[in-house]
Design a protein. Structure first.
Length: 266
């Protein structure tokens, strides 16, 4: 009597196959996410580049103002920007950095976290001032918020300020508004948290302002020797240290000069 030999069925074990499928799924999802993020970054970059081209009034090197001097500063078409977005309040620049953006003032501190200057949803958002401040920068402290994007846009530049060489070579922050250039000089920079005293806005007297400024100077990583009084005007630039978490980089600057550019506007 002959014995029948039974053949064992082949095939891959189930568990490794499941792991492989999960791994491929995660890889595909991650790739789609990366492509989506890069696409979003490029859209935002194009939008802000286009706005900058439209906003700057072209100045030939030979063009002069009423005084006969060559125009030494960029001139922004504030009327055009205000018509494009009624929340527009000024333009911010820091020389030799990516910071070159319109600034908005909204009804809250949420909308421009995820909306561009033109109102499009975007993870880059828009530079905006704290809605608790005065829109004309007349508050003792005006806070400006911006994301720290991986493509180095918006306020990513603040990530470089812990280096003393960068801090001291990029102390001036320029705000263009009302046909004037407002130059602010950095006197303090440090890391803090989103619920820190830095974001207090209910300062009711010059003595309160002075105590606040003294604390900013005391907490700074750098001793600039710049004094700040309770009657000065300061701006605070704020961005996240990491994409998630409460830590923030904050750069505090004092108004040190105002240059009237009216004569250059025709």
């Amino acid at each position: 009597m002959s014995e029948k030999k039974t053949k064992k069925k082949g095939g891959l074990p189930i568990f490794p196959v499941i792991l492989l499928v999960v791994f491929l799924g995660v890889a595909v999802f991650s790739l789609i996410k990366i492509i989506s993020i890069n696409s979003e970054y490029k859209k935002s970059e194009k939008e802000y580049n286009d706005i900058a081209k439209e906003a700057v009034i072209f100045i030939d090197d030979s063009e002069t103002g009423d005084s006969g001097d060559v125009i030494p500063y960029p001139l922004f078409n504030h009327k055009y920007l205000k018509e494009r977005n009624s929340d527009y309040v000024g333009w911010i620049q820091i020389d030799d950095t990516e910071v070159n953006y319109p600034v908005t003032f909204g009804v809250d501190n949420e909308y421009y976290v995820k909306h561009s200057f033109d109102g499009r949803w975007t993870s880059s958002g828009c530079i905006f001032t704290d809605c608790r401040n005065a829109a004309d920068f007349s508050s003792f402290q005006t806070i400006l918020y911006g994301h720290s994007m991986l493509d180095h846009s918006m306020f990513f530049t603040l990530q470089r300020y812990p280096r003393s060489d960068f801090f001291y070579s990029h102390q001036n922050v320029e705000i263009y508004r009302d046909n004037k250039l407002y130059i602010y000089t950095a006197f303090s920079f440090f890391k803090t948290e989103s619920d820190s005293y830095v974001y207090f806005t209910d300062l009711n007297s010059e003595s309160d302002n002075q105590a606040f400024a003294n604390r900013l100077i005391r907490d700074s990583y750098f001793n600039t020797g710049i004094s700040v009084s309770g009657s000065d005007k300061i701006i605070t630039l704020s961005t996240c240290v990491n994409p998630t978490g409460p830590e923030r980089w904050v750069l505090h600057c004092k108004l040190t000069d105002v240059i009237d550019l009216s004569e250059y506007y025709h």
